[in-house]
Each structure stands twice: as structure tokens, then as C-alpha cells.
Design a protein. Structure first.
Length: 684
């Protein structure tokens, strides 16, 4: 126990104790040695003094003893009173009997025998008391011993002096100890201060984990070096710790963020959504989830490459980020899908925010020196209205987004419960579409296009039909699905081949050619080898290139205007006509219009429908027709349903028309029959 306590004593106390102990031992040994030596010296001096005195007195007594002069001897002995140490003395005759004696005044006569016992001559130093010295000196005359002189001296005063000396030594010893303790503790304090600092800092570091702490040391000896070594070690650990912390932070960031855009990933989104829902539930707030999907992003990836696709995604990510408040979450959900979580929101603001987000995304982006426009489809769900878990809310926003896509993209749509069943039917449809070609469910109908001035049919538009489970599915429903999953490429190739083959049969010698217009989707234009497909279809069918017209929409060209122009140029060089479909519904960028090698503009039927009743539609229709005339491009009005519409367009000198008034899209045989009416040209 004591051993353990000593072991655990602070170093300062241990060193102190060692120094004090060493000092004490040294002083003690020196004192003891000195004391023994002094004792010896004093004894020897006293013995010599007594021997000298004895010799003097024995010599002086010789004559008196030989003459038996007792008085003389007694007188001589009484002179010993001058020596206070001498307690008794006697002169013995040759028989050993006391001849004369002397007793110090304070020694009683009765003590004589005790003081002066009969001592053998040889033993001069036998003492009755330790402090009494006896000395017996023979009295010799002419070589004959005539008696003895015995003297007893008391050296107890020497002892007292020795005790005083011992006391003095003790005092010196204590003082020396005190001084040694005092200086050693001061010294230890000074020496052990850096160690103490070291220990204090070490404890603080381990308690607070604060690696920026340092030990103060002003010296450069071993302890100073130890402290600075400790500081260096701390510095290195701190650096390593910072590095580790940074790496941990990076790892944490990577685990919860998307590497490309730096936005939170699904994991973090779900986490924030969970917390957001809990808070919203407590504070009775609403949360909106916006599921943002980029329209036709695949085209960009397919045509411009994935690197450019990545740049676009990064741009969109930063635009989304700056379109919302700092504390809203914008996450990359995957591919071209982003999810925005808007906290503590008033749902009446949501349309406004969705528009703001949509506009931010739609700003043109410059990629490889080209202006590219990408539109978003946005689905919106909200807590607590639509769901109470992150999974539900995201799922419903996704469903609403699909709905926005199906309704022509570039739109935002709030979730409605009915949409889920619509989505299911879409998935059903998608599954069935995969087998549509193999099951011979696809067919093509041809809608006549006619010359408004002459009234003759000059061509037709090939329109895809899908008959599944006994009824027709509108192309408006299944074409976007086929575009999304890429099925449009083989289906479009099949339409092109069929239409060319069919149109070859409808060419009549000596009659104006019958043009067949085939709709081409963006996926076909950019991602497939459309030029090869067209070449192949024309070659195998034998249809003159000038009888084939490809219908392209404005919005799909905008994905990559330069590439679109280059493809169109090559098609046009082959002799194929190019028509701009649904004109007026997209961007209607006049500057691009000039650069496209167009042979025809098709005014969208949404303008034609109200052309007689809506002044704006009439103005747009008029403007498009006169622009086409000025640019020397043919113009066709879609969706003519009434004679009045026809007359109006005729008046405006619109070249061509298409619509239910003349004919709905017809199966190939019926269209052929229509062409066969009269002398081969159908009159309207
Ligand atoms: P579109 O190219 O604008 O085709 C014209 C659409 O208007 C056709 O609808 C046609 O039936 C319809 N239509 C024509 N005249 C009238 C009219 O007087 N009144 C009304 N209300 N509608 C009229 P459809 O066949 O449902 O096709 C819809 C769209 O599907 C087409 O619009 C086209 O964008 C797309 N589509 C059809 N076939 C194909 C195809 O083979 N490939 C591609 N990529 N798209 C196709
Ligand atoms: Mg069309
Ligand atoms: Mg159209």
C-alpha cells in the first residue's frame, strides 16, 4: 500500500524526497564521523593531560614518600584543588595502602573507596563511571617502585560539551534539511514545471479532444525538447486528424450527394423529407414535392455525347438551386430527374414557384457553341394532402410528372388521385407496345393533303395506327411512350418503309406525283441513322425522293439546332422534302426558320380551329401564310373541318390543306381508291 502510494507520488515530491534524504544521510554521516572523531580527540587529550599531571605529581611525591612525609604529600595533593576535573587523588605506599589522599571539596569522604578502589597497576583506565578516568602511576626511586599515585578525574563536563555539540549538530542538521528542502522544492518546481505543463496539456487534450492546445516551454534542455517534441507530435496528429476529418467529411458528402452536380442524392433527400414531414406534422405546415424531369434529355445525350449531357445536367442543377430558397432541398434523383422539397410552404404559391423553376430551366444553354433549350416536365405532390411518407410523396409527384409529360411535356402538373390509374394504364400500354410490331397490331392510315387552289389531292400524311385488344389507341398516347423507351426508332423505320412502298403504288404516269408525308420524331432524327433509313426505304420502294416529305416539329429541332440543320441539309440534298409540322406551337424562331431547308410549313390545327372566331388565331394564320409566301415556302393548313375555314384559307392564298372536311385518315386501300376516282386525281 505504502509502496504503491510512494510509487504514485508526483515526480516533484519523489525528487524532493530523494534530495532531502540524500542531504540528511550525508549530513548525518558527516556529523557522526565528526562526533566520533571529536569524542576520540577529547578523550585522548584528557588522558594525555591526566597522564602528564600524574607523572608530575608522582615525581613530586617521590621525595616526600621516601621520607614518609605525609604532610608534605597531603599538601602537594591539596594543590590539585586547582584542577576542577580532579575528583580524587591518593598516594599509595609500596604495599598498596593509602599514604595520603585528596578529595575534591564536593566529594564526601565516604566516596573515597568508590573513587579509589584498589586497582592493579596495569589497568590505568578502569572507570567507576563512564565519565570518570582513573590513572595509576608508579612512584619510582632509583629504579625501585616505592608507591603509586592514583588520580581520578571527572570529564563529565567534556561529555556535556559533547552533548551541546551534538545538539548544535542536530540544529545544523535540521537547518540543513530545511534549506535543502526549500531549495530542492524551488529547484524541483522549476525543473518539473515543464513536466507538469506537459501532463496538464495531455489531460486537457484527452478530455476536450482539442488538438490545437500546446505546451509552453521556454527552455531548450531535455525537458524543453520533450515539450517541443510533444508539441510537434500534437501538430502532426492535428494535421492527420484534420486530414482524416476532411476525408470523413468527403466520404459523408459523397455518400449523401450526387457526384456530378453536388446536389443531395436520394439518401439525403429521403432523410430530409422524413425530418421535414415530422416537423410539418408538429407545426401543422405543408410540404411540396416537385418532381422535375427534363424533356427529351436522352436526345442530348445521344446526339451530343454524355459529357455534354453532364454539362447540361450541372447547369440545370445550379439553375434549380438558385430558383428556390436556400433552405429548400434540391436533390438529383437519378438521370435527368430532380426532386425539389419546398418546406413550410403556402400551397397557393406552388404554381408560381413551378413556373419560376420551369422558366429557369428553359433559358437557352450554350453547349459546344450551340444554343440548346431544354424544357422540364414537373409533377407536384404535397404533404399532408397526398401522402404522409417520403416514398408516397415522391411516387405521387412522379406520377403527376408522367402526366405532365403525356400531356405534351414542358408543363407542370399537380397530383390527382385519378392519375395513379392512368399511370398504370400507361405502364400496361408500354408493355403491350413492345409486342405491337411482332403482333402485327400496327398499321398506317393516310390522310389526304390537297391543293387549296385546284382542289386536287396532291399527297397524304402517313399516320400510325395501333389496334390493340380490339380498339385503336391514339398516337398522341403511345408515340410519347415509344419516344421515351426508344421503340419509336424501329417503329418509325417501319412506317417509313411502308409509306414509301405504298406511295410508290399511288404514283400514276402522266399525273402529278403523290407526296407521302412521314412524321419523324426527335429520337429518329438525332439518335438513329435516319439518312440511311431514308435511303434504304427510297431504294427498296423505288419512290422518287421528291415524293417523300418528312415532317419535323420545331421543338425537337431546338434540342440541337446545328445538328438538325446538318441532317436536314443532307436530306434535302437527297431530294427529300422537309415540312415543319405543328407550326406555331413551338418556339417559332424566325431566325432559325431561315436556316432550315424547309419546303413546307404546316399551320397547326389549333389555329385553324378558331380561325373564324378568334382574331389572334386569324392574325397568326394570316402572318404565317404571308411569311411562307415571302420566304417562298409552301404552306399547309391542318385540321380543316368546315367549308368556311376552307374558304377563309383559300382567300388567304394558303397553298394546301388537310382535314376531316375532305377526309379522315384512311387505310391504304381506301386512300388508293380515293386516288383512283375519276382520271386518277381526286377532285374535292
Ligand atoms: P400530326 O402530325 O399533327 O398529325 C395530324 C393529326 O391531326 C392526326 O392525328 C390527324 O388525325 C389529326 N387531324 C387531321 N385532320 C383533322 C381534323 O380536321 N380535325 C381534327 N380534330 N384532327 C385532325 P393523329 O393521327 O391522332 O396523330 C396525332 C399525332 O401523332 C400526329 O400529329 C403526329 O405528331 C403523331 N404521329 C402519328 N403518326 C406518327 C408516326 O408514324 N411517327 C411519328 N413520329 N409521329 C406520328
Ligand atoms: Mg404530322
Ligand atoms: Mg400536325
Amino acid at each position: 500500500m505504502l509502496k504503491k502510494t510512494i510509487k504514485n507520488l508526483p515526480l516533484r515530491y519523489k525528487l524532493n524526497s530523494i534530495i532531502v534524504a540524500v542531504t540528511a544521510i550525508t549530513i548525518s554521516l558527516v556529523s557522526i564521523a565528526y562526533y566520533i572523531h571529536q569524542n576520540q580527540v577529547i578523550k585522548e587529550e584528557a588522558t594525555v593531560e591526566l597522564a602528564t599531571l600524574s607523572r608530575i605529581y608522582s615525581d613530586s611525591c617521590t621525595a616526600a614518600l621516601s621520607f614518609d612525609d605525609k604532610n608534605g604529600v597531603t599538601t602537594l595533593l591539596s594543590s590539585l584543588a586547582a584542577k576542577p576535573n580532579v575528583r580524587a587523588a591518593s598516594v599509595l605506599d609500596k604495599n598498596g595502602n593509602i599514604f595520603a589522599n585528596y578529595l575534591a571539596p564536593d566529594v564526601p569522604q565516604s566516596m573515597l573507596s568508590a573513587f579509589l578502589p584498589h586497582q592493579p597497576r596495569a589497568d590505568n583506565k578502569v572507570t567507576a563511571k563512564p565519565e570518570l578516568f582513573h590513572l595509576r602511576t608508579p612512584i619510582v626511586l632509583d629504579h625501585e617502585t616505592i608507591g603509586d599515585f592514583v588520580i581520578v578525574a571527572d570529564f563529565s563536563d567534556i561529555r556535556a560539551a559533547q552533548s551541546r555539540f551534538l545538539l548544535f549538530l542536530g540544529a545544523v542538521f535540521s537547518f540543513a534539511l530545511f534549506v535543502s528542502f526549500f531549495f530542492s522544492s524551488r529547484l524541483q518546481k522549476h525543473i518539473t514545471a515543464p513536466i507538469h505543463n506537459l501532463i496538464t496539456t495531455m489531460k486537457k487534450v484527452s478530455e476536450s479532444n482539442d488538438l490545437s492546445l500546446r505546451v509552453n516551454s521556454e527552455t531548450n534542455e531535455e525537458l524543453g525538447q520533450l515539450c517541443s517534441g510533444f508539441n510537434t507530435m500534437l501538430e502532426k496528429i492535428e494535421q492527420q486528424d484534420n486530414l482524416l476529418e476532411e476525408q470523413k467529411e468527403n466520404l459523408r458528402f459523397l455518400a449523401t450527394h450526387d457526384a456530378l452536380t453536388g446536389l443531395p442524392n436520394r439518401i439525403l433527400l429521403y432523410d430530409r423529407l422524413r425530418k421535414g414531414i415530422a416537423r410539418a406534422r408538429r407545426e401543422k405546415l405543408e410540404i411540396a414535392i416537385l418532381f422535375v424531369d427534363l424533356d427529351r434529355f436522352k436526345n442530348i445525350n445521344d446526339t451530343m455525347g454524355h459529357d455534354i449531357g453532364d454539362i447540361l445536367l450541372k447547369t440545370v442543377a445550379s439553375r434549380l438551386r438558385s430558383a428556390v430558397r436556400e433552405y429548400d432541398t434540391v436533390a438529383r434523383f437519378g438521370g435527368d430527374e430532380f426532386v425539389i422539397m419546398l418546406d413550410s410552404l403556402n400551397m397557393s404559391d406552388i404554381e408560381h414557384i413551378a413556373t419560376k423553376i420551369s422558366q429557369a430551366v428553359k433559358e437557352p444553354v450554350e453547349l459546344q457553341g450551340k444554343q440548346v433549350i431544354i424544357t422540364p416536365s414537373i409533377g407536384i405532390s404535397s404533404f399532408p394532402q397526398h401522402g404522409s411518407t417520403p416514398v408516397e410523396l415522391i411516387k405521387y409527384a412522379d406520377v403527376a410528372m408522367y402526366h405532365a409529360k403525356n400531356n405534351g411535356r414542358n408543363a407542370s402538373q399537380r397530383y390527382l388521385p385519378a392519375m395513379t390509374s392512368l399511370l398504370h394504364s400507361r405502364f400496361n400500354m408500354e408493355n403491350k407496345l413492345y409486342n405491337a410490331m411482332a403482333n402485327n397490331e400496327l398499321s398506317i392510315h393516310y390522310q389526304p393533303q390537297f391543293d387549296l387552289q385546284s382542289g386536287t389531292i396532291c399527297g397524304c400524311e402517313a399516320l400510325l395506327r395501333w389496334q390493340v385488344d380490339g380498339h385503336y389507341v391514339s398516337p398522341v398516347e403511345f408515340i410519347p411512350i415509344a419516344e421515351d423507351n426508344g421503340l419509336i426508332v424501329p417503329i418509325g423505320r417501319w412506317v417509313l418503309q411502308q409509306a414509301c412502298r405504298q406511295a410508290t403504288h399511288w404514283q400514276r404516269p402522266g399525273q402529278p406525283p403523290i407526296t407521302v408525308a412521314v412524321n419523324v420524331s426527335a429520337r429518329q432524327l438525332f439518335a438513329s441513322d435516319l439518312l440511311l433509313d431514308v435511303e434504304e426505304s427510297l431504294r427498296t420502294s423505288g419512290l422518287p425522293a421528291s415524293c417523300l416529305e418528312l415532317e419535323i416539329t420545331e421543338s425537337m429541332l431546338m434540342a440541337d439546332v446545328e445538328k438538325a440543320i446538318s441532317i436536314m441539309d443532307r436530306l434535302s440534298a437527297m431530294g427529300v422534302e422537309i415540312a415543319m409540322d405543328d407550326f406555331g406551337t413551338g418556339y417559332s424562331s424566325l431566325s432559325y426558320l431561315k436556316r432550315f431547308p424547309l419546303s413546307k410549313l404546316k399551320i397547326d390545327r389549333s389555329f385553324v380551329r378558331d380561325v373564324l372566331h378568334n382574331a389572334d388565331d386569324a392574325a397568326i394564320t394570316k402572318a404565317v401564310i404571308s411569311m411562307s409566301l415571302a420566304l417562298k415556302i409552301d404552306v399547309l393548313a391542318e385540321g380543316i373541318e368546315t367549308q368556311e375555314q376552307l374558304d377563309f384559307l383559300h382567300q388567304l392564298k394558303c397553298h394546301y390543306g388537310q382535314g376531316y372536311l375532305v377526309s379522315r385518315p384512311l387505310p391504304a386501300e381506301q386512300f388508293g381508291a380515293l386516288l383512283g376516282v375519276g382520271s386518277g386525281a381526286a377532285a374535292v
